[in-house]
Design a binder for this molecule. Structure first.
Ligand code: AP5
Length: 216
């Protein structure tokens, strides 16, 4: 079993690569962003509470996101988890370590996806996803083969995120550098950190992640 964290700023390609690992290795993607968006669209009390924070690009409280991850880890079995967008604070990293230890598991690798801020605006402003299966597309670099229809599930429900605008992205980046980037040092110290050039093509990034996972 391999448990891996994909760590990087908004638009680094965490979701894109998580889906590759699901397809290629049968691992389970745990994206706190997706879980929070699901809670919003279900209209739950928690979903309504986090909506404004998410749209502005701020971080939802540690208590809420740790609760979401705990629920998923306690309710299922997996060939390995891909933590996508979690942890994002030192408190979340500590909580994840404890949760895995309670399950008799450990973290195998933390992949830092390195990009330049300059490419992120372009990636984020062109992004759209399939509202049915979650496939990720881009207007210029990865459009659907048939306009308006998902390549994977045939759905015509293609959506753009409310926080994918320049103002929100700027704040998401500030939050990333202030609260999440200290995790790079944290996981360097534990010996789990692996660095990948996430400016390369999707296939090249996937190959680099595979190589990093084989490295153990
Ligand atoms: P979340 O959903 O996690 O968003 P994010 O971290 O901002 O990351 P993104 O989903 O924007 O980017 P990504 O790295 O997955 O890139 P993608 O693969 O889509 O979080 C949203 C919000 O929820 C947060 O702001 C916060 O409010 C809240 N939240 C979530 N988790 C939380 C937590 N743990 N604690 C507190 N709050 C939390 O790719 C982007 C685009 O680029 C796509 O169009 C794709 O096609 C393209 N692309 C990808 N790779 C490449 C490549 N190699 N070359 C060219 N184009 C590429």
């Amino acid at each position: 079993m391999t448990n891996v964290i994909l760590l990087g700023p908004p638009g680094a390609g965490k979701g894109t690569q998580a889906k590759r690992l699901v397809q290629e290795r049968g691992m389970t993607q745990l994206s706190t962003g997706d879980m929070l968006r699901e809670a919003r669209s279900s209209g739950s009390e928690m979903g309504l509470k986090v909506a404004a924070v998410m749209d502005a690009g701020g971080l939802v409280t540690d208590e809420i996101v740790i609760g979401l991850i705990r629920e998923k880890l306690e309710s299922g079995e997996s060939a390995g988890y891909i933590f996508d967008g979690f942890p994002r604070t030192l408190a979340q990293a500590d909580a994840l370590g404890s949760l895995l230890a309670q399950m008799g598991q450990k973290l195998d690798a933390v992949i830092e996806m390195q990009v330049d801020d300059a490419v992120l605006v372009r990636r984020i402003s062109g992004r759209y996803t399939c509202g049915s299966c979650g496939a990720v597309y881009h207007d210029e670099t990865h459009p659907t083969k048939v306009a308006g229809t998902c390549d994977y599930c045939g759905s015509t429900n293609l959506v753009r995120r409310a926080d994918d605008n320049e103002e929100s992205l700027r704040y998401r980046l500030t939050e990333y550098y202030k609260k999440t980037s200290p995790l790079i040092g944290y996981y360097h110290a534990t010996g789990d950190l692996r660095r990948v050039d996430a400016l390369a093509s999707v296939d090249a990034v996937a190959a680099a992640i595979s190589a990093a996972l084989e490295q153990g």
